[in-house]
Design a protein around this ligand. Structure first.
Ligand code: CA
Length: 369
């Protein structure tokens, strides 16, 4: 399969037809149920295929390559609707960027050390709400709740984005069993926008962590990029000090040299680099399962906000506008501290490909209603 980059997998439908599995090839979709004939691709989600594990995934990538080489007919992307590509089992969100965690620590707890003592010893995370993960393009309703300084009820005035990379689990484990390697279980990646209401979050998060300020919607890209497509993006993870405990030791390079781009109403506002993330996804998976918690097909775990060291590499508006103190100036003359109704945020990303070109990792977009 050398030189072939497996295309991303998703679920699509044409008007009046049932959703089914396809791969996105440029501006077209290859209908896998029709092209390969397997029943798993007639399902309205990727889950039956995801459950089969890496040897089968790789065999299917090869069959896709052969079908395309044979000139299999495709459907123009413009004629189809994309659906949520997989049924989300559990959703976990981490906090793996040293820069993002430090920036938020400085803003939320200005009188303390920015990082809590545990942060360099384990990838901090929480369990999110799987049922409110939505596909790219879904409208985002501004949430209401108790706002800081509480208790005061009303629509969030600090609606924000979080630029993240999400990892999609295919092969499950039994309860009590330790997970195998990252590549045994994780099928691929999606782009994630973890919409966040900062005023709700700031009041509610003590002492148990994020809750309603995060659970109203999380958007994911419609097409899941298989790990095989990221072969040329893999780099050693960022150096860690102190050395993590044994179960968190890295056994393979799972740092990823991905570049994100964030646009607000069509204007680029940030370019966060994934490469500098402190915790790598193999460490996230090891930590998430070290207590015997089982994996289910369709589990989604996300990296946490990707922020780089530079101001134009920050992955959230709260960092870009420094909690509203330095509003962003847009080219239409308006300013933004946080999102206004009607604002559209689109996140795209690319990865290095086999011949030095960049591979498009798709997009996740949403408009605030
Ligand atoms: Ca997040």
């Amino acid at each position: 399969m050398s030189g072939f980059t497996p295309p991303p997998y998703g679920v699509f439908s044409r008007p009046g037809e049932a959703p089914r599995v396809g791969v996105k090839v440029g501006d077209a979709v290859l209908d896998l149920a029709a092209a390969l004939g397997d029943d798993v691709f007639a399902a309205p989600s990727l889950n039956p295929f995801l459950a089969l594990g890496r040897p089968v995934w790789q065999a299917v990538h090869e069959r896709v390559r052969a079908a395309l080489a044979d000139g299999a007919e495709t459907i123009p992307l413009a004629e189809v609707r994309s659906h949520l590509p997989f049924e989300v089992a559990d959703y976990v969100d981490f906090y793996c960027s040293l820069e993002h965690a430090s920036n938020l620590g400085r803003m939320f707890r200005p009188d303390e050390e920015p990082l809590k003592p545990n942060w360099r010893h384990l990838p901090v995370g929480y369990h999110g709400r799987a049922g409110t993960v939505v596909v790219s393009g879904s409208p985002i309703r501004r949430p209401s709740g108790q706002r800081a300084p509480g208790p005061e009820f009303g629509p969030s005035r600090k609606l924000d984005i979080e630029v993240e990379l999400g990892f999609v689990v295919g092969a499950p484990t039994e309860l009590g069993e330790r997970a195998g390697s990252f590549e045994d279980h994780v099928f691929g990646v999606v782009l994630v926008n973890d919409w966040s209401a900062r005023d709700i979050q700031a009041w509610e998060y003590v002492p148990l962590g994020p809750f309603l300020g995060k659970s109203f919607a999380t958007s994911v890209s419609a097409w899941v990029v298989p790990l095989e497509a990221l072969a040329h993006a893999r780099v050693p993870g960022r150096e860690q000090d102190p050395e993590p405990l044994d179960y968190l030791r890295r056994s393979a390079p799972w740092g990823l040299d991905l570049e994100f781009e964030v646009t607000l109403n069509g204007q680029v506002i940030s370019r966060p680099p994934y490469r500098g993330m402190y915790w790598t996804p193999d460490q996230m998976l090891a930590h998430m399962t070290v207590n015997g918690a089982s994996l289910r097909t369709g589990d989604l775990f996300a990296s946490g906000t990707v922020s780089g060291t530079e101001p134009d590499q920050r992955g959230s508006l709260i960092e870009i506008s420094w909690n509203g103190a330095e509003p962003l100036k847009l080219t239409d003359g308006s300013t933004r501290a946080f999102l206004e109704d009607g604002d559209t945020v689109t996140i795209t990303a690319t990865a290095p490909g086999p011949g030095g070109e960049r591979i498009d990792l798709g997009e996740v977009t949403g408009t605030v209603r």
